[in-house]
Design a protein around this ligand. Structure first.
Ligand code: GSH
Length: 292
């Protein structure tokens, strides 16, 4: 890899292409498998913080499809979907903004080509890569981590890896437990779920994240916590961080990561969306749960 410095802008060649980033020296490069610095979250913040990404327009039923299977990896998302957000954050943390194209679609007015030509399950996220389309957010974040350049987002250390697997399996039940508690207005049950998060965050002391350093586990949980925190606060008058200092610190640290910040929505929007999901009649709440 060839490097040259121009003020704080670094020009470098990566996969035979010349690229430039407004990096500080030694802050890491997206084409290097392992970061040059020890703290992955700092790497991730810098890796995406200096890329001003213009977010593409949302495609709806009146939009033409993108060039499907043209060789460009594409991540189909909805800007508001927490599952899609997991894959989007992973892409950003690995510095893949120029490699994986975002294709946002309007879930309420979905283009028919999405189900017909891209992803028969008709959900987001999905990833088009190497002439195949894959889905399921937890599978996708692992796939992106393992099949693209950029820093590894899962630890090699066996103890951390084992705990990481446990937490990734717990992510679904966590969301289910909190959603059910909201539907049934049982804050105590949600509290128990947040206590489990607090206890998981207490396991490793070498950083504020679930496995010490930022990993896929943080990415799996954060889109949901981003929605729960303002909803519990505004609607249930319940601060999920009170008595949970590790959770409070984790949220604070996550909010500093540019790769994640770029995917966040206005908390008010989350509150409105969760109000329509959880404060309606039980029948309509159950129906809309599928859309997370
Ligand atoms: N288990 C899936 C859930 C994905 C999901 O439910 N996505 C929602 C949007 S947030 C969706 O596409 N809903 C459309 C539908 O169910 O028709 C995953 O983890 O990727």
């Amino acid at each position: 890899m060839a490097l040259s410095y121009h003020h704080s802008i670094i020009h470098y060649s990566c996969n035979n292409k010349t690229k430039s980033r407004n990096f500080f020296p030694n802050s890491g490069f997206p084409c290097i498998k392992k970061p040059l610095i020890s703290s992955l979250h700092i790497y991730a913040a810098k890796a995406s913080g200096n890329v001003t990404e213009v977010f593409p327009s949302v495609l709806d039923s009146s939009s033409d499809p993108p060039a499907i299977f043209d060789g460009t990896p594409k991540l189909y998302i909805s800007y508001t979907c927490p599952y899609a957000q997991r894959a989007w954050i992973t892409r950003n943390c690995k510095g893949l903004q120029e490699t994986i194209k975002l294709v946002p679609i309007d879930l309420k007015n979905r283009p028919s080509w999405y189900k017909e030509k891209v992803y028969p399950e008709n959900k987001v996220p999905s990833l088009e890569h190497n002439n195949e389309v894959k889905g399921e957010s937890l599978d996708l974040i692992r796939y992106i981590d393992q099949n693209f350049e950029g820093p590894s987002l899962f630890p090699d250390d066996p103890t951390k890896a084992e705990f990481g697997e446990e937490l990734l399996s717990f992510a679904g039940s966590f969301h289910k437990a909190v959603s059910t508690s909201l539907k049934e207005n049982r804050i105590d049950e949600a509290g128990a779920a947040f206590d489990e998060i607090e206890s998981a965050l207490s396991k490793f002391e070498d950083g504020p994240f679930f496995l010490g350093q930022l990993s896929l586990v943080d990415i799996a949980f954060v889109p949901f916590v981003e929605r729960y925190q303002p909803f519990f606060s505004d609607v249930k008058n319940y601060d999920i961080t009170v008595g949970r200092p590790k959770l409070a610190l984790w949220i604070e640290e996550m909010n500093k990561i540019e790769a994640y910040k770029q995917t966040q929505r206005d908390p008010k929007e989350h509150v409105e969306s969760y109000k329509s999901r959880f404060l309606k009649s039980p029948v309509s709440s159950v129906k809309s749960l599928g859309a997370a």
